[in-house]
Design a binder for this molecule. Structure first.
Ligand code: AVJ
Length: 323
């Protein structure tokens, strides 16, 4: 019999999720919590690492195929470009600059949960690409997509770059893509970047860089729990451990406890016991191929109409329509 204890109440979703993740077996934490201020900085550094090929490959695809991409996006009445998780917009600016030069009629609607990100992005666009109509949309993807579903005046093009889809489990990815598809009309497009299956060593290296930036990024989650929930994780007592399964295409990252230890999380009134070599799963970075993308599309009510890739097929950008 289980002890009947009153379920704890939590001040924030973060507190609730950390509690649940560290009191179940096997332990896990969501990668969405990587991105506090320090996490954002570390991710910026990751994008410049020689091992982390994703950003450079997608950048080169957008650069090489911007004309063709532009021709697919544009329409007589113009279009609205909605970007989910815009970040610093470095890659998107390649497209925006080209669309501006071509004098396409379009508006740019970057969507992000962070007001701060949107403010910085709007400011940098005003400076670098004045003349673009920018309408930032603060909120969660789902909320914003709901808001935009009834909007049918112009063609919508939804951008989802960076292989961010890879952080979702298969089930979550289908549910997310169904949401996208249901917010689209027949002429709308969905443009998505997805990292591809490749030499497993190359994938592994991307999540295990020599300089340890990715390890610091992964462990920063513990620093965040220490700060926000008054905990005492010892970062040196955990190992950053990425793995890659070439069959499923799943890259996973773990934090592994180097010894038996107990961690106090004061704000949660919780003591977390770790056995020696017990793991915390922290991230999925799914790698795809055309078969798995076709399956995802089929499950989600999308139809792939074009794809663009770099010369080594390391990364692909796909265009989908509602099916
Ligand atoms: C931003 C989700 C695409 O999974 O490759 C980078 C995040 N994690 N290094 C990825 C990340 C570790 C990244 N995404």
């Amino acid at each position: 019999m289980m002890n009947k204890i009153k379920p704890p109440e939590f001040d924030t979703q973060f507190a609730a999720d950390i509690f649940h993740g560290l009191t179940t077996y096997p332990k896990s934490l969501s990668s969405k919590y990587f991105y506090d201020k320090r996490g954002d900085e570390l991710f910026q550094q990751i994008m410049h690492l020689p091992e982390y090929y994703l950003t450079g490959k997608e950048f080169s695809i957008l650069q090489e195929y911007k004309e063709q991409i532009g021709l697919a996006f544009t329409s007589d009445k113009g279009f609205d470009l909605i970007e989910l998780g815009a970040g610093d917009g470095k890659k998107t600016k390649i497209l925006l600059r080209h669309f501006l030069e071509e004098k396409f009629s379009f508006r740019y609607l970057p969507v992000d949960i962070s007001d701060n990100v949107l403010l910085q992005l709007s400011a940098s666009l005003k400076e670098e690409l004045p003349g673009i109509a920018v309408e930032p949309q603060q909120g969660m993807y789902r909320e914003v997509l709901d808001r935009l579903t009834d909007y049918k005046e112009r063609k919508k093009v939804i951008l989802f770059l960076g292989s961010n889809i890879g952080n979702l489990s298969q089930e979550e990815a289908v549910s997310f893509l169904k949401k996208i598809s249901s917010s689209m009309s027949s002429e709308d497009l969905f443009f998505m970047g997805a990292d591809q299956k490749k030499n497993p060593q190359k994938v592994l290296d991307a999540y295990n860089d020599k300089t340890g930036v990715t390890a610091a990024f992964n462990k920063n989650l513990l620093t965040r729990i220490n700060r926000e929930l008054d905990a005492n994780f010892d970062l040196d007592a955990f190992l950053h451990w990425p793995v890659y399964d070439p069959e499923t295409g799943m890259a996973k990252s773990f934090l592994v406890s180097k010894k038996a230890q107990t961690v106090q999380i004061n704000s949660l009134n919780l003591e977390v016991e770790f056995a020696a070599w017990e793991s915390i799963h922290t991230e999925i970075s799914q790698k795809y191929d055309d078969t798995s993308i076709a399956w995802l599309a089929e499950e989600s009510g999308l139809k792939m109409i074009r794809s663009f890739s770099d010369s080594e097929n390391n990364f692909k950008n796909y265009i989908f329509q509602k099916s």
